[in-house]
Write a protein of this length. Structure first.
Length: 265
């Protein structure tokens, strides 16, 4: 029992009051820690990143999943195209994903058309996205599942989305936001994962994007969850690069624990 006192221990004769006085009054320490952890200077860092992202001219701003669907299509088709673009975007630059989506949309990017298209043709349409052979297969499998289990639409829950072949938690949370307008969690890709660790935004360093998502959601105010993905992705594409980040031009360099450690001054 974590609340056991010294009087409960065998062979001890001390009174309970003594221990309570020593712990609460003499030391001034509360019995239960209720405050949640948050990183120092995170609000300053966020403000600087917002300033650096104010022009919204990173690849994600013009070619992200929220820009890859046909705005004139019916809602169900738009949502499917959002999901497809997210599936294609894994380990692929936004420019390549955008080009693949243009070819798919010209071919006919609907559940019915994907089902009617063989894998080889799909592969040619989406090439050279990363792992294009696997993704062509996932597109077929996911389209079949949407047709049989969800009436041709994409699921409106994270639980339903992650059941689809080739769809992980990051894609699911972004799909909920872009396709359904619901904030279900933070979409954490390699950029968000890398930058959160560099900024010291995690109570402990993390090894996977999913660990990073859980850690961020533990302290970051929920009203910021929607913007954090596009904000950090664009920042990672332009300034906080995977290799040789541009610390010398970063407004947050004096508030970042990783500044100048991974790039020349």
């Amino acid at each position: 029992d974590p609340l056991k006192t010294e009087e409960d221990a065998p062979g001890r004769g001390r009174r309970r009051r003594q221990l309570k006085v020593e712990y609460e009054e003499d030391r001034g320490v509360p019995a239960m820690k209720t405050e949640h952890w948050e990183p120092p200077d995170w609000e300053k860092q966020l403000g600087y990143i917002r300033a650096m992202r104010s022009s919204r001219d990173a690849p994600v701003d013009n070619m992200g999943a929220d820009k890859c669907y046909d705005s004139d299509a019916p809602g169900q088709v738009k949502r499917f195209q959002v999901l497809v673009s997210l599936m294609l975007s894994s380990q692929t630059k936004d420019q390549v994903t955008s080009a693949a989506m243009r070819k798919l949309r010209a071919h006919g990017c609907t559940v019915e058309n994907i089902l009617a298209t063989n894998e080889e043709t799909l592969g040619r349409l989406i090439y050279p996205v990363g792992f294009w052979r696997n993704k062509a297969r996932y597109l077929k499998l996911t389209s079949a599942m949407l047709q049989t289990e969800f009436g041709g639409d994409i699921p409106d829950s994270v639980e339903g989305l992650v059941r689809l072949p080739g769809v992980g938690p990051k894609m699911a949370h972004l799909a909920m936001d872009i396709a359904w307008g619901q904030v279900s969690g933070i979409g954490v890709d390699t950029h968000v994962h890398r930058i959160s660790n560099r900024l010291g935004w995690l109570e402990k360093p993390t090894k996977t994007p999913e660990e990073t998502r859980k850690s961020l959601e533990g302290w970051l105010p929920r009203e910021l969850w929607r913007e954090i993905n596009w904000l950090l992705v664009g920042f990672g594409q332009q300034v906080c690069l995977p290799v040789s980040p541009l610390c010398s031009v970063c407004l947050s360099q004096h508030h970042c624990p990783s500044a100048h450690k991974k790039s020349p001054r």
